[in-house]
Design a protein around this ligand. Structure first.
Ligand code: ZN
Length: 164
């Protein structure tokens, strides 16, 4: 599942060169059977669409909620469906907030904040408490899943791409 998010990041930034090195995949999980299916994807579109909010997490949340026709991924929880967000890099301050409001029940991250900051991206005010706030709101947080692969895309993009 994380490989999908990282592949989106790589395709967007290094192969198609259509945006920044960040990708997100949201999966629909049947909590009874444990089966997962890809539900929504997102890529960073800040530079091509001239919009500072269009990070991978945000575009995946926007597409997914449009598909659900709801402001929350929690809408299908009574019927045993949850939504898990996999992102190629730990979210910035905006996207941690967006994840908190979205209704997903799990956040899984590959590259670390430090990996993004190493090539010049800013993550904003993100603290240990930011993750604790998600956990206490019922969002399970898992970090360092395929960190090296996520960081590799960032590093390669850092040599060729626009940093903002
Ligand atoms: Zn963000």
């Amino acid at each position: 599942m994380m490989k999908v998010a990282i592949a989106l990041s790589e395709k967007n930034s290094l192969i198609e060169k259509t945006g920044g090195p960040f990708g997100t995949a949201i999966f629909e999980v049947d909590t009874e059977t444990g089966k997962c299916k890809l539900f929504s994807i997102g890529i960073n579109q800040v530079v091509p669409l001239g919009n500072s909010t269009l990070h991978g997490e945000m575009t995946a949340i926007q597409f997914g909620q449009k598909k659900l026709n709801s402001y929350t991924f929690g809408i299908n929880k009574p019927s045993g469906k949850e939504y898990h967000l996999y992102t190629s890099c730990e979210p910035c301050c905006q996207c941690l907030g967006g994840t908190l409001w979205s209704g997903v029940t799990k956040l899984v991250c590959a590259a670390r904040k430090e990996d993004a900051e190493m090539i010049g991206f800013k993550e904003g005010p993100v603290f240990k408490e930011s993750y604790e706030a998600l956990e206490s709101a019922g969002v399970k947080v898992v970090r360092n899943i395929l960190r090296e692969e996520g960081a590799r895309v960032l590093k390669q993009y850092g040599e060729i791409g626009v940093i903002y």
